[in-house]
Design a binder for this molecule. Structure first.
Ligand code: G3D
Ligand code: MG
Length: 524
């Protein structure tokens, strides 16, 4: 197979597995198309099915995608392994960077769920990267695994909202257990993954086998501690201790062995009984190489996995098929879950502070002021705080947006001007200082204008977006000095704080929100 044939099959597999995809485009930095595929229904829509027509609709799509992509690259410092989504009138577009200089753009219909599509998109991007960088293309598997669909993670995404999540955040280390009936191939899967070999010299695992393995997925270093547990009844009593502290699990069955499949729910129950936390689980149907002896269909595997709220993948420890993907799949779930957990801790604190304020004052009003129409961090973060209750849009104009959560929390967003902020408990300014050697006069004027309008004790934050480049520290302190707000702060008692926003802005903003809200509640 050539690289372009690989791309073709990969994109086809992707579109077979993921619903609501209208087109997929893999393009380089210059916007040139490396590979592309249109959904059949879209092709049928065009009158003529000629090659010319097809090429044409792809170039129409890429002219839709490219300008947005260009903006996202800039606004979001969208680089390695970033994702972003964007909504237009008639489609949703999900972008995932493949490497520094290539991007996958997935065009979905407006009914599609970004959250449901994103995991597949990561896998697609990972595979695209492999095709682009791997010399031995025969090693690349172009299968796209089946993910669970977890409704709990579904948020209502708002029109024109852009969000970004970076998977790559340092290193992940986790304990992972592999369970299932005797002889389904657990040890073989582990050995294939860790040592890339398959041994026919079979010895039943006695008790327990612990291995560690380091590898990379989506540019993220992952350290797996694998616990391979013997299935013998004899060990049942001690298994509980092996389960303890596990962060994720494989439930393995043998595709040629019906009872190993039927037993999987018992294994699941045992797992749930021993581990109090909700951990990511992947159901693995092993021995795909024995296709003639197969007793369990792919669909049956998927159904069981869905019932257990798990992902499903089929492997062969013998040929190595999908073995690495199975580990990538569990790592993916683990990374996403631990990021959500991390954010949830911060969010829980934040919500309890917010509620404290509401209990005293009845209302919390926050204003966001910036210059960028497309970057709306206020909306982005607050729409995730579903604990704040029902959100309604009070005003939705290009340069002024107001959102209300049960009339208790009011979020105002002003672009390039100071609106009605006299009633605000907190005001947050955001400026884009990337590649700047000094501040724009405009910024200072906006801030001074704002300070002029607000009451004393209103908590003010000024966030400056900076480049990732760490040599910029000197520049950063100079930028702050240039605001030169002292004379204004002497006149009015205003708690004011500058902070830096780099590419990790979701967590950074959350952290700053905490400071902001705590300052407000300290004035109660
Ligand atoms: P376990 O750790 O789950 O108990 P093992 O299972 O890994 O020890 O494997 C049990 C048997 O299944 C071994 O065969 C092993 O070679 C075989 N096996 C494991 N994975 C595969 C696979 O993907 N395809 C095929 N065809 N066989 C597999 P023996 O013959 O030694 O019992
Ligand atoms: Mg074993």
């Amino acid at each position: 197979m050539s690289k372009s044939e690989l791309f073709n099959s990969l994109l086809k597999n992707f579109m077979d597995v993921v619903p609501d995809v209208e087109a997929v485009i893999v393009s380089d930095d210059e916007g040139l198309i490396i590979a592309a595929k249109l959904d059949n229904s879209l092709k049928e829509k065009t009158l003529d099915n000629s090659l010319e027509e097809k090429t044409d609709s792809i170039s129409v799509l890429s002219s839709l995608v490219n300008p947005i992509l260009e903006r996202i690259r800039y606004e979001f410092s969208f680089k390695k392994w970033g994702t972003a989504s964007f909504e237009t009138e008639d489609s949703r577009i999900l972008f995932v960077s493949v490497k520094d200089n290539a991007t996958v753009s997935i065009i979905l219909n407006t009914l599609a769920s970004i959250d449901k599509t994103a995991p597949y998109a990561y896998f697609l991007a990972e595979k695209c990267a492999q095709i682009l960088t791997e010399d031995d293309i025969n090693r690349i598997q172009i299968y796209i695994p089946n993910f669970e669909y977890d409704e709990r993670q579904e948020f209502d995404r708002l029109k024109n909202q852009i969000y970004q999540m970076r998977l790559a955040r340092g290193e992940y280390k986790f304990k992972f257990i592999i369970v299932g009936d005797h002889a389904v191939g657990k040890t073989s899967i582990v050995m294939r993954f860790v040592e890339n070999r398959f041994s026919t010299d079979y010895r039943a695992t006695i008790g327990l086998n612990i291995l560690t393995h380091n590898y990379k997925f989506l540019n993220t270093a992952i350290n797996l501690m694998i616990w391979d547990i013997g299935a013998q009844k004899f060990f049942r009593r001690v298994r509980k201790t092996y389960y303890q502290g596990a962060h994720s699990a494989f439930l393995v069955f043998d595709l040629t062995n019906v009872s190993s499949f039927e037993n999987l729910e018992n294994w699941y129950d045992e797992l749930k009984g021993f581990i109090s936390k909700d951990i990511p689980v992947v159901v693995v149907g092993n021995k795909t190489d024995l296709s003639k002896e197969r007793k369990i269909s792919y669909q049956e595997g998927v159904s069981l996995a869905n019932k257990l709220k798990a992902s499903y993948i089929e492997t062969s420890a013998k040929t190595g098929e999908n073995v690495e993907d199975a580990f990538s799949l569990i790592s993916y779930h683990y990374i996403v879950k631990s990021q959500l957990d991390e954010e949830n801790i911060v969010k829980t604190n934040l919500i309890s502070e917010i509620n404290k304020i509401i209990n005293v004052k009845g209302k919390l009003i926050l204003s966001f002021i910036g210059l960028n129409k497309y970057w709306n961090p206020a909306l982005q973060l607050f729409t995730e705080f579903r604990d704040l209750g029902e959100m309604s849009i009070v005003k939705n104009e290009e340069l002024e947006k107001i959102y209300s959560f049960n009339d208790k929390v009011i979020i105002k967003n002003y672009i390039n001007h100071i609106g009605e902020i006299v009633d605000s408990d907190g005001v947050l300014f955001i400026f884009d200082a990337r590649n700047k050697k000094s501040i724009d006069l405009e910024w200072r004027n906006l801030v001074i204008n704002g300070l002029d309008k607000i009451n004393e004790n209103t908590s003010v934050l000024i966030g400056l977006r900076t480049s990732e480049d760490h040599t910029q520290t000197a520049v950063w302190s100079r930028l702050i000095e240039e605001f030169n707000l002292n004379e204004y702060l002497e006149k009015k008692m205003i708690p004011l704080l500058f902070f830096k926003i780099t590419t990790e802005y979701r967590l950074e903003l959350l952290d700053q929100f905490n400071t902001w809200i705590s300052t407000i509640s300290s004035f109660l």
